[in-house]
Design a protein around this ligand. Structure first.
Ligand code: KIV
Length: 305
């Protein structure tokens, strides 16, 4: 076993032979905040995209329960199961060498007793290679229990999608003095209970800035303005792989939807016009086998005559 030192909280330049890996850990993220280095985070659900994101230097990959919607086509995140989340976390874990892999605990997996929440979190670490788990809401006792069990925790406050029915839809949160103060108190309590980072989703920029300024652990924003210590986006939003108008906070950095659609249409047309595959894309018989078959065919012709 080696004791690895993580001086600057990881290098976020893409992995290459010139830039060897410095594994990102939860303490490294806290160090990044201390040094004022923004944290890049993205959701991830499967091997190829996770590998590309890791090689592109993303610091934190979250196997988000948004998987229910963007990968499995459900209406909201509520129906995804622990087993489904474990399956995808394993794929992401196999792809990643540098980023911190965080698994989202799905709805129902930590809403009962502390023992149940702990048991499910242990599965993500033990069976799927997660290096931290994310839980929504101010579940202070659970965060303390997970921390005591050596499981790093990312909290998630503000617009928490698993509370969609209580919130009455996906609405921006903390818009009144009372709810702002409650959110701040929740963030401080989560940090005090041992959370290593907190996702702040769908809240006014000013509130996110104030919370980020008060905490020593990093905040990762989504729809929470530019003053958080890091930012996270859903992979499918970033690349236009969704089928509805994007939320205000989404910036599209590429149009994989258009690329994939056009490539597939082109392929279909080539098949329909017998333009695919070409002779160069086909396997050919070795010369000896061809001659043997030709001779055999000649024999057959002779016998017939
Ligand atoms: O599941 C998810 O994608 C998330 C992010 C929006 C933070 O929780």
């Amino acid at each position: 076993m080696s004791l690895t030192h993580f001086p600057g909280g990881g290098s976020s330049t893409p992995i290459s032979t010139a830039n060897p890996i410095t594994k990102v850990t939860m303490p490294a993220l806290i160090e990044m905040k201390r040094q004022g280095k923004p944290i890049s985070a993205l959701t991830a659900y499967e091997y190829a995209a996770s590998r590309l994101a890791d090689e592109a230097g993303i610091d934190l990959l979250l196997v988000g329960d948004s998987l229910a919607m963007v990968v499995l086509g459900h209406e909201n995140t509520l129906s995804v199961t622990v087993d489904e989340m474990l399956h995808h976390t394993r794929a992401v874990h196999r792809a990643v060498r540098r980023a911190l892999v965080v698994a989202d605990m799905p709805f129902g997996s930590y809403h009962g007793t502390i023992a149940e929440g702990l048991g499910n979190a242990v599965r993500f670490v033990k069976e799927a290679g997660a290096e931290a788990v994310k839980i929504e809401g101010a579940r202070i006792d659970l965060v303390r229990a997970l921390t005591e069990a050596e499981i790093p925790v990312v909290g998630h406050l503000g617009l928490t999608p698993q509370s969609v029915h209580r919130m009455g839809g996906y609405r921006v949160q903390a818009r009144t003095a009372e709810t702002v103060l409650q959110l701040k108190a929740d963030a401080l309590a989560l940090a005090d209970a041992g959370a290593g980072a907190i996702v702040l989703e769908g809240i006014p920029r000013e509130v996110a800035a104030a919370i980020s300024g008060e905490l020593t652990i990093p905040t990762i924003g989504i729809g929470a303005g530019p003053d958080c210590d890091g930012q996270i986006l859903v992979f499918h939003d970033l690349l236009n792989l969704t089928f509805a108008p994007p939320a205000k906070f989404v910036r599209r950095y590429g149009d994989a939807g258009a690329l994939i659609r056009s490539a597939i249409e082109h392929y279909r047309e080539d098949v329909e016009h017998r333009a695919f595959p070409s002779d160069e894309e086909s396997y050919h018989l070795p010369e000896a086998a061809r001659q043997a078959l030709d001779a055999d065919q000649n024999l057959g012709e002779l016998r017939k005559a």
